[in-house]
Design a protein around this ligand. Structure first.
Ligand code: MRU
Length: 363
């Protein structure tokens, strides 16, 4: 996608040195476009943990470049295993991280150390290119859902939670890919962007990238979504996901489950967009089997924004002695999900439909 007319991906190899890895620092958005250079596996691990890069597919892509940087430092068996452990421990919920690391391990372990650096960079580039192609396919399939609701010049109102746009992936996004395609096709789409406390990925990131692409959108408090559905102002909900079980349960940013409940109560279709790398075929019951990341209390007790004098300020919004809890994801049971938008097409959120679409992977 483009930022002020310049095409970008969310991660790439530096064009001048051809080995370090560049990212968009998402902790600085929407206030600054900062493109740091990562030059070691440890820096990549930090970028994932501190959420300079985030979003399940992008976390997987970043980890694969982390392995490449580790191999550049020392291509031994011991360092390959060490990189896998370090990167794998950065974030627990998004399965794409483990998927990408397993793929790197499988590719690199049989090779002689001397062949591993080039193979690791090639593997990371392949994961990135595949992600872009996958998200384009998700966009095309999801576009059908939007087109079906676009009669004449009628505005189609779509609600989304968190950020599952192009900066959460290598390019295009998952939940936002169909929206970009609909907008580019001239369909009158409008997005209700939930702010997504505590880290405000909706207000800071989704609003930023929709704005850069010229997609009409309105930021709402997380608590406003149900009210808008009751008033008939939401035609469709589309969200992304960090892990889907083989039975179609979906883990996504905290607050997603409440929107699925409100959507069900109001007869609003609730769709989840995902690449197949987000499906964890080893588990069935999302509530008991998906690890939920618990993040720092400070994400809840503070807020960061631009002060009226132009400086970026972090302020505390909770009494000094009040503790906070910060579960970062929740699980939406398959029964509340209208369907899944995958790179192979639309399908019901259940084991039968998923394994029919992905028969090889489901084994
Ligand atoms: O904690 P985050 O910001 O990494 O959480 C991201 C989400 O929950 C996204 O919805 C999900 O990763 C899908 S991104 C295409």
């Amino acid at each position: 996608m483009k930022i002020d007319g310049t095409p970008f991906r969310a991660i790439w190899v530096d064009e001048t040195d051809h080995w370090s890895v560049r990212i968009i620092d998402q902790t600085k958005l929407p206030w600054a476009l900062d493109l740091p250079r990562l030059s070691s596996m440890e820096e990549v691990a930090h970028a994932i943990r501190a959420m300079l890069v985030r979003g399940a597919p992008l976390v997987g892509a970043a980890a694969s470049y982390g392995v490449a940087l580790a191999m550049r430092a020392a291509a031994s068996d011991a360092n390959l295993a060490h990189a896998g452990r370090q990167l794998g421990a950065t974030r627990p919920t998004a399965i794409n991280l483990r998927w990408a690391l397993a793929r790197c391990q499988e590719k690199l372990a049989p090779l002689k150390p001397g062949a591993r650096v080039a193979a690791a960079y090639a593997q990371a580039a392949e994961i990135c290119d595949e992600d872009v192609a996958t998200n384009k396919a998700i966009g095309k399939h999801g576009l059908d859902l939007i087109e079906a609701r676009a009669t004449g010049s009628r505005r189609v109102n779509i609600l989304t939670h968190c950020n599952a746009g192009w900066i959460a992936t290598v390019d295009w996004g998952t939940a936002l890919a169909p929206i970009y395609m609909a907008h580019d096709k001239g369909i009158n789409v409008h997005v209700w962007v939930e702010e997504t406390r505590p880290r405000n990925q909706g207000a800071s990131l989704t609003a930023w990238e929709l704005g850069k692409h010229g997609v009409p959108h309105t930021v709402i408090a997380d608590n406003a979504g149900g009210h808008l559905m009751q008033r008939g102002e939401v035609d469709l909900v589309i969200v992304g996901t960090d892990r889907v079980t083989r039975s179609g349960d979906v883990a996504n940013k905290i607050g997603t489950y409440l929107k699925a409940l409100a959507a069900r109560d109001n007869g609003v279709p609730f769709w989840v967009a995902l690449p197949s790398s987000t499906i964890d075929w080893a588990i069935s019951d999302g509530l008991s089997d998906i690890p939920i990341e618990e993040r720092a209390q400070t994400e809840v007790t503070t807020m960061t924004g631009r002060a009226l004098d132009g400086s970026i300020a972090t302020i505390r919004i909770v009494p000094k002695d009040s503790p906070a809890a910060n579960p970062a994801f929740d699980v939406t049971p398959a029964r509340l999900i209208s369907g899944l938008i995958t790179e192979r097409g639309l399908c019901a959120a259940n084991e039968f439909a998923l394994s029919a679409l992905f028969s090889k992977e489901a084994k």
